[in-house]
Design a protein around this ligand. Structure first.
Ligand SMILES: [Mg+2]
Length: 106
């Protein structure tokens, strides 16, 4: 959960570094998360065992991505759009639920 004081710091970052730099930073952080998730997907838990270092890196990249995600919310989405995002989440969750029920196990 993001606290009010954490949100204040994020808003300060937006003001200090500006829209363009923070959007570029968000792209970088999402790319870093993608890269570490690729490693996680390829990690063979049965063969290689639990990898604490990998999990620590994932936690850091998820935190970085979340921080940038919150800034994008502040930057891009006015309140009226947030309602649309909430509705989209609801419909996407229903879609995911249907997919889970209908897909065969990979
Ligand atoms: Mg990062």
């Amino acid at each position: 959960m993001i606290t009010e004081s954490q949100l204040t710091v994020m808003k300060s970052a937006l003001r200090k570094y500006g829209r363009k730099n923070q959007v570029i930073k968000a792209i970088e952080e999402f790319s870093e998360l993608s890269a570490i998730l690729s490693k996680y997907a390829c990690h063979d838990l049965e063969k290689d065992g639990y990898d604490k270092e990998l999990h620590d890196k994932i936690a850091i990249e998820m935190a970085d991505a979340r921080i940038m995600w919150e800034q994008l919310y502040e930057l891009i989405l006015p309140a009226s759009t947030m309602i649309r995002v909430d509705k989209a989440i609801e419909s996407q969750i229903h879609r995911l639920e249907d997919k889970i029920q209908n897909d065969k196990k990979p």
